[in-house]
Write a protein that binds this ligand. Structure first.
Ligand code: NAD
Length: 301
């Protein structure tokens, strides 16, 4: 047995992930700063601590599923109370599954290692559905020597694990993928609106793109128009799926990384701006493929 897991951050993703670990027989203690999240997790059968420090005391693994890197760094260092790095026993594995800034992920790893612990970043894709079903994809940045222990845990919550490299590499892979996804969805939506203007049926354009060189996930799985792919969010008025707010967040992280590295990108920053506006103007809770509605509106349709 790997020892006790302190699972911090019992939100949309964290709660079902923690419950899956519990069901698989692991010793899990949860904690969240929001009492309603603790109450929901407790009702789902998860034992919960009353403070983060209480959860981390005696833990072999501290697993976090937080909204941001700033929150993670505050929790590691401690704000007014001793931080997790101080209260956890030596050599604890700090496994962060949140989606955060690459630079902050590297900083978190440095702090953990300097405090005598081990560290890994393992952001996910697959959403709440994947978290509940235990079918997430994990992108992992970690020392190779920690991969056996990490695999035992993540296999319970996911079905595909990719070891991307050293600390921060998981976050790097996640934002590169999601930057491409954001760009390709805008491209797919523009292509379908242009097709509409040119008198093409959605099905005809789908039949061509899905078997031609424009083929991509944004079209063949998450098609922004209803009809050709019956399971895509377009068929249910853009109920997510992958919410606009999360795409805007991930593209913001990509933008930080583009700026930090000096990459001469044009489409990534533009996609970040387009999804920030979409999210701020009503798209936050809609599937990101709903961007097509904005393009139609701006095209006088
Ligand atoms: P969420 O807001 O539902 O959950 C985050 C939880 O963390 C909240 O319950 C919050 O109260 C808690 N929290 C904040 N600060 C805390 C602290 N100091 N100690 C303990 N708990 C604290 O968010 P979510 O949808 O579960 O997403 C979590 C992470 O996973 C995010 O980084 C997100 O980008 C990423 N992600 C989400 C999805 C998705 O579909 N929801 C998909 C992939 C990745």
């Amino acid at each position: 047995a790997p020892g006790r897991i302190a699972f911090l951050g019992l939100g949309h993703m964290g709660e079902p992930m923690a419950v899956n670990l519990l069901k698989a027989g692991f010793d899990v203690v949860g904690f969240d700063v929001v009492p309603a999240a603790v109450a929901a997790a407790t009702a789902a059968g998860l034992p919960c601590a009353t403070t983060a420090a209480e959860a981390a005391t005696g833990a072999a693994i501290v697993l976090t599923m937080f909204p941001s890197g700033a929150i993670l760094l505050d929790a590691y260092r401690g704000v007014d109370t001793p931080g997790l790095l101080e209260v956890a026993p030596p050599n604890t594995l700090f496994l962060d599954c949140s989606t955060i800034d690459v630079a902050q992920a590297r900083e978190a790893a440095e702090l953990a290692l300097a405090a005598g612990h081990r560290s890994a970043d393992a952001p996910v894709s697959g959403g709440v559905v994947g978290a509940e079903a235990g079918t997430l994809t994990f992108m992992i940045g970690a020392d190779a020597s920690d991969m056996d222990q990490i695999t035992v845990l993540l296999e319970v919550m996911g079905k595909k694990l990719v070891h991307c490299g050293e600390h921060g590499a998981g976050q790097a892979a996640k934002i590169c993928n999601n930057m491409l996804l954001g760009i390709s969805m805008i491209g797919a939506a523009e292509a379908f609106v242009l097709g509409e203007k040119l008198g093409l049926s959605h099905q005809a354009l789908y039949d061509v793109i899905s078997t031609a060189s424009g083929q991509c996930w944004a079209v063949t799985t998450n098609c922004p128009v209803p009809g050709p792919v019956p399971t895509s969010p377009a068929n249910r008025d853009y109920v997510p799926g992958f919410a606009g707010a999360l795409m805007a967040k991930d593209l913001g992280l990509a933008l930080n990384a583009l700026e930090n590295t000096g990459v001469s990108a044009q489409l990534g920053p533009l996609a970040a701006q387009i999804y920030r506006q979409f999210s701020d103007e009503g798209g936050a809770g809609r599937d990101f493929s709903g961007i097509i509605t904005e393009i139609r509106k701006n095209s006088g349709n």
